[in-house]
Design a protein around this ligand. Structure first.
Ligand code: 3PG
Length: 306
């Protein structure tokens, strides 16, 4: 049995070693492909793999087709928009993610980004404090809940909305439920986005929502770039010179935005929300354990393509 870890953006070495130990203790073979150039290299590496662990790496229909022995692919992380689930299902490949395992790292980054923007991207200008401001959490899942708790501890008032939760569930999670995204954006000095990229959410945050935010508001996106309507974002920044955007997932028009709006916009050079040793250990080792549990006991707890 061969387990391939294929990560264009490598895990921390300590996580890779942890995965190796779990795989080898189960009596399987461990293989590693890091910083590969493109799909062709991944397709060649999966040719004899029975199991695959990835991060944001794209597991396309072509990659699945190139892996005749593949029985399980685990996305070590939460968002699985990089997996072609239909292609996996068609070939009988089980697809899983590791929900919650890297959430704290992403939540810490969202908080850091708020403070970074409040303090003028650490330039010597006079900034502001986030204590006393209102944070709107868009989607109250694993990351959203952690952001809410941390923000509340920092003195923020926290609102939240989530189409899959009742107001009571949001209240129990420590935030004030609001009726929907329109109310969330119109009442929040900061909005932190935690929705996945799905056909329903892609391009769903555009000019109207952003322009409805209060004066000097900041939009924080540590989720997916696809959920933002980039032309709408540019229009909103143009119309509202007080609004700012900070993101861990650079928009396609980042250079244009940066040239036009300067320090009102910031994107990390490479997605780094889950890029901590702790998150890599949590998600990577969980992925390895899930593969062993699937092969040994048929455990499908985190299966996505049921
Ligand atoms: C996730 O969906 O788990 C996060 O976006 C982290 O993605 P990464 O593994 O590519 O850093």
């Amino acid at each position: 049995m061969k387990v391939l870890v294929a990560t264009q953006k490598p895990f921390a070495p300590v996580a890779v070693e942890g995965i190796r130990k779990i795989v080898e203790a189960a009596g399987y073979e461990f293989a590693l492909l890091e910083k590969y150039a493109g799909e062709a290299e991944l397709a060649a590496a999966v040719a004899d793999a029975d199991a695959l662990i990835v991060r944001s790496d794209k597991v396309t229909a072509d990659v699945v087709a190139a892996a005749p022995k593949l029985r399980i692919v685990v996305r070590a992380g939460a968002g699985y928009d990089n997996l072609d689930l239909a292609a996996c299902s068609a070939r009988g490949v089980v697809a899983m993610n590791t929900p919650g395992q890297n959430s704290n790292a992403v939540a810490e980054l969202a908080i850091a980004m708020m403070i970074f923007m409040a303090r003028g991207q650490f330039t010597p200008s006079t900034g502001s404090e986030i204590s006393g401001r209102t944070l709107g959490v868009q989607a109250f899942g694993n990351v959203g809940r952690l952001v809410a708790a941390k923000a509340a501890a920092l003195g923020m008032k926290v609102l939240a909305t989530d189409p899959f939760l009742t107001p009571e569930q949001i209240r129990l999670g420590g935030a004030e439920p609001v009726a929907g995204v329109e109310e969330l954006y119109s009442r929040s000095d900061y909005v932190s986005v935690h929705i996945p990229a799905t056909p329903q959410t892609v391009g769903s945050i555009g000019r109207d929502l952003i322009c409805s935010m209060p004066k000097n508001a900041v939009l924080v996106n540590t989720a997916r770039k696809e959920v933002i309507d980039e032309a709408g974002l540019e229009q909103a920044l143009e119309e509202r010179p007080d609004i700012r955007y900070v993101t861990d997932v650079a928009p396609g028009n980042y250079e244009t935005l940066r040239n036009r709006f300067g320090l009102r916009v910031f994107a990390t050079p490479k997605k780094m929300g889950a890029q901590t040793a702790e998150a890599n250990i949590n998600a990577g080792l969980a992925a390895a354990r899930q593969i062993v549990a699937y092969f040994e006991n048929g455990d499908e707890k985190y299966r996505l393509n049921k």
